[in-house]
Design a protein around this ligand. Structure first.
Ligand code: SAM
Length: 231
């Protein structure tokens, strides 16, 4: 039995596509806690249903109010054990939860345990099969849409380190175009739809990948991790 005398907030990683990518420990904890705090309760309910977990869910997401946070803090105060999950991967990694964890630590100090339950994360998943050295890398999360975007591409073009970031369907072509402009000779590896049916790694210069996605425009859809390796 892992649950401590002290109330505990578990930060539980869940699959990024393939529903089998969840640890035995994560499943046990999701079963044992009093509530699962979900980015989207419907998404998490699918996972819980698959593993016949009956724990009650409660929503906690990027737009949750202070009121919702107080409810959660009060549950911990009342001795309840909670698990925080996001829609996919590791909570707090380009996902909601950081403020909650920070406030729980501030409010309760050592009286509440905050315990990570590790598992999938898209950036590590992509790096692991990319063939690019991950001895040292910089993770940028999502790139800014407007302010600071051009400056960031300039910085990437001067980077001596591997750079990894997340990208969406809407911006992948724009991003590749910027990489072509700023870092035309760098090697880029794109991990697309990782662990899902149409998982794919595409590698080449920014221009080669742009051409590939232009010819195969169905491949512009999905979720992407972009890995940029300096020359
Ligand atoms: N917390 C998550 C994690 O640990 O990976 C990341 C959440 S972030 C909101 C979502 C982004 O992660 C997507 O836009 C995409 O860039 C990346 N991502 C998530 N799942 C992915 C997958 N199966 N394949 C490729 N990229 C993925």
């Amino acid at each position: 039995m892992e649950i401590d005398i002290k109330p505990t907030l578990y930060i539980v990683a869940t699959p990024i596509g393939n529903m089998e990518d969840i640890t035995l420990r994560a499943l046990r904890i999701l079963k044992e806690v009093d509530y699962v705090l979900c980015e989207d309760t419907r998404t998490t309910q699918n996972l819980l249903n698959k593993y016949e977990i009956k724990t009650k869910t409660m929503s906690y997401h990027a737009h949750s109010t202070d009121g919702k946070e107080s409810v959660i803090l009060n549950l911990l105060k009342a001795g309840k054990n909670l698990a925080l999950v996001s829609d996919a991967g590791t909570p707090c990694i380009s996902d909601p939860g950081v403020m909650l964890v920070s406030h729980v630590k501030e409010e309760f100090g050592d009286d509440v345990n905050v315990v990570p339950v590790p598992g999938p994360s898209a950036l590590i998943t992509a790096l692991s099969a990319s063939g690019v050295s991950s001895a040292e890398f910089v993770f940028l999360g999502f790139l800014p849409h407007k302010k600071g975007r051009e400056t960031l591409f300039k910085e990437i073009s001067h980077s001596k380190r591997v750079v990894v970031f997340y990208e969406s369907t809407h911006r992948i072509m724009k991003t590749l175009t910027s990489l072509k402009e700023h870092a035309p000779n760098f090697k880029v590896v794109i991990g697309r739809e990782l662990t899902k049916q149409f998982e794919q790694f595409v590698e080449g210069t920014p221009d080669e990948i742009l051409q590939y996605f232009t010819i195969n425009d169905d491949k512009q859809r999905g979720e992407f991790v972009v890995i940029v390796e300096p020359k």
